[in-house]
Design a binder for this molecule. Structure first.
Ligand SMILES: N[C@@H](CCC(=O)N[C@@H](CS)C(=O)NCC(=O)O)C(=O)O
Length: 219
């Protein structure tokens, strides 16, 4: 039974899952959510009333949340690249860093973008400043961590890097990492050079005009 993925190519959480699919060359039927009145959007609402994406369908099973989808693929479509290590202690580190990237890179980055999407009278500069402060704290922590690492944990390329790649990609567009953080900048470049993520970035190029803060002319 073919896997179906409800996703949008420009969505960071969807790219997180696309990286995992591409790393292990897992075949799937793409159900793109792009465009108005897209029947795939109605199908998504039936499958998952929260309507957040990505959502994976495998026969009778519906799996939501990017991390859980990658977990599911590791169990049901295992491939040569193990994104969650078998060793429980190493897996703990990978999951912890995955939470870090979701909560302390993606969440503040999205807060800044959502604020920009609101009508001017509903924008909240204090909320944006809080999100920027959080990103600076996260960047500084990562700058130290990445001084001695190729990937987010010592387990090799993992679930944590699947999260880091799109979140740092868009976070840098939103709130620049800057030249004072060479280790983090180099890590973001390594992620961009990883073929699975490079492919996701290329597939999302046609949608760059969707970025509400204006996509920079790079990457
Ligand atoms: N916690 C979810 C977050 C998914 C998420 O926020 N997806 C965004 C796209 S990047 C989305 O569904 N946006 C549409 C909406 O919020 O209605 C996950 O890890 O998969």
């Amino acid at each position: 039974m073919a896997l179906q993925l409800y996703f949008h190519p420009f969505s960071s959480y969807c790219q997180k899952v696309l990286i995992a699919l591409y790393e292990n060359a897992i075949a799937f039927e793409p159900r793109s959510l792009d465009g108005r009145d897209n029947p795939a959007m109605r199908e998504l609402a039936e499958l998952w009333p929260i309507k957040k994406f990505p959502v994976l369908v495998d026969g009778e099973r519906t799996i939501f949340e990017a991390t859980s989808i990658i977990d599911y693929l590791g169990v049901h479509r295992p491939g040569p690249v193990r994104l969650i290590p078998e060793n429980a202690d190493a897996a703990l580190d990978v999951r912890m860093l995955d939470r870090f990237f979701d909560n302390y890179i993606s969440t503040p980055q999205q807060r800044i973008v959502f604020n920009a999407l609101r009508p001017p009278e509903h924008r909240n500069p204090a909320d944006v400043q809080q999100a920027r402060d959080m990103l600076d704290t996260s960047y500084d922590w990562l700058e130290k961590r990445m001084a001695t690492r190729e990937w987010a944990t010592d387990a090799g390329f993992s679930l944590a890097d699947c999260a880091a790649a799109p979140f740092l990609f868009y976070a840098d567009w939103t709130h620049a990492i800057g030249p004072s953080r060479p280790n983090l900048t180099a890590y973001r470049q390594r992620l961009l050079a990883r073929p699975s993520f490079a492919r996701a970035v290329d597939e999302a190029r046609p949608y760059r005009s969707y970025f509400p803060l204006g996509a920079p002319d790079r990457d």
